[in-house]
Design a protein around this ligand. Structure first.
Ligand code: TRP
Length: 452
């Protein structure tokens, strides 16, 4: 049985879906996480592997996820269950949906904490707190924030409530308009920041850091991290894009849509890097300093540029919005499932999910202060969640999705849903999903644990 529309509603147009999926993809992953992980992994070679992962794993798996969602028309758990049934496969494939829901809780819990930092910085920017600060001053400001669990808890709580409020009302209303303003705004601000970095920063050193591959610095672990970042930044592997795909009309071209989303996301990440690294090198900051990177680098630029306060306020406003449209999508799969299976209204479902993730977030908050010394394999609570979700759970989800689409669905079902006119392109995609993606993910995993 094929359900034509989802009970949760449908996007008003293909453009609305592109906006929503781009809103999901573009977020802290591009502007906060990409530069700091690239910085920790030596730049160039990491960026190259990341781009390869985007193209060879990310794009094909995004197409697969949207396709599954649109064919199943329900929350990822029920979509996978019903597709497995339609294809005569084991209901265990519903596990892809379950894995995604668990992964989503973990991600949302720390995502909201970091989004809280951006809220805090929005208020600092508006209050002109960066004006006149030097590198030491901005670092001190950041340290003061993250070592104050009460402040972090307040911002985390506010952000989580903001997210629950939107998800409770259904993701379609409002999201479209928000993203329509957000994306062009974000692009303009980032281009201006890159311009500033080009004039005032050490642009070529930053550029070379990002694009001159030094393969000696490429460890097995950094390959795993590059793959994890590709999944995280495209919102893949946990059903967020699948859930959004289930609200997509049957006429829209999935492949073109995915290509637009992936390009926009990659552009934003690269621009963020080009804005940040020239400033890092010009001010002799440490590119490998970790999660605080943009919170130290950018305020320094804002402190010194003319009109810095206004510009900083604009930047952090856009960053908060970008994080918000992403967090909404992380919450969607679990919310849609609760609403479907427990006859719950969305408001109640979203509040429950938000509450659990909020509670888990407290662990991340404490890991920057009171729990900083409690580590597991050298990683704090926050580091562990971040590492486990991005580098293991999301690629694992992607691996299972690729296997299901590549081997468990009839090729005729897949062809019917994708309705691609160019046969060769279909086979390129199919080959990537069936062989390249699962084998590459498996090899990277095996190598990371030292088995090959
Ligand atoms: N892609 C978003 C970002 O870059 C974060 C995000 C939203 C996400 N939905 C997701 C990450 C689903 C993993 C899975 O900020």
């Amino acid at each position: 049985m094929i359900i034509k529309t989802s009970i949760h509603g449908q996007w008003s147009s293909r453009v609305a879906f592109i906006l929503a999926a781009t809103g999901s993809a573009v977020g802290l992953g591009n502007i906060w996480r990409f530069p700091y992980i690239a910085g920790e992994n030596g730049g160039g070679a990491f960026v190259l592997v990341y781009l390869l992962c985007i193209l060879l794993l990310g794009l094909p798996i995004m197409i697969a996820e949207i396709m599954l969602g649109r064919r199943g028309r329900q929350s990822p758990i029920n979509t996978m269950l019903s597709l497995a049934r339609d294809e005569g496969r084991s209901p265990l494939w519903g596990g892809i949906g379950w894995l995604g829901v668990v992964t989503g809780f973990f991600i949302l819990s720390f995502y909201s904490v970091i989004a809280g930092w951006t809220l805090a910085y929005l208020f600092r920017a508006g209050g002109a707190s960066f004006a006149g600060l030097d590198a030491e001053g901005v670092s001190a400001l950041f340290t003061a924030l993250i070592s104050d669990p009460e402040k972090l808890l307040a911002w985390h709580t506010i952000f989580m409530i903001m997210t629950v409020m939107v998800v409770a009302r259904g993701v379609q209303s409002g999201l479209e308009k928000a993203v329509k303003l957000l994306m062009p705004g974000l692009l303009v601000v980032l281009v201006l920041l890159v311009g500033y970095a080009a004039i005032e920063g050490n642009f070529w050193q930053g550029f070379a850091f990002m694009f001159r591959p030094d393969f000696a610095s490429l460890t097995t672990n950094s390959i795993l991290l590059a793959m994890g970042q590709a999944f995280f930044t495209l919102s893949l592997g946990m059903g967020a894009i699948m859930a959004y795909g289930s609200y997509l009309s049957s006429q829209a071209s999935i492949v073109k849509t995915a290509a637009v989303v992936v390009s926009a996301d990659t552009l934003v990440a690269l621009l963020a890097g080009l804005a940040i690294f020239p400033i890092v090198f010009a001010s002799a900051l440490e590119p490998a300093q970790g999660p605080g990177l943009i919170f130290v680098t950018l305020p320094l630029a804002f402190a010194q540029m003319p009109g810095g306060t206004v510009f900083a306020t604009l930047f952090f406003t856009l960053l908060v919005l970008a994080a918000w449209t992403s967090a909404i999508s992380i919450m969607e799969p679990a919310t849609a499932w609760l609403a479907e299976n427990h006859e719950m209204d969305r408001a109640k479902a979203a509040s429950i999910i938000g509450g659990v993730a909020w509670f888990l977030g407290i662990g991340s908050i404490l890991s920057f202060s009171l729990w900083a010394n409690y580590t597991f394999l050298g990683m704090t609570f926050f580091d562990t969640l971040d590492y486990l979700t991005s580098n293991i759970l999301l690629p694992l989800g992607g691996f299972l999705i690729a296997l299901f689409v590549g081997f468990k669905m009839k090729i005729s079902s897949v062809q019917e849903e994708l309705a691609m006119r160019q046969r060769w392109l279909f086979y390129v995609w199919y080959y990537l999903v069936r062989f390249v993606a699962p084998i590459a993910i498996a090899l990277i995993f095996l190598r990371a644990v030292g088995l090959i």
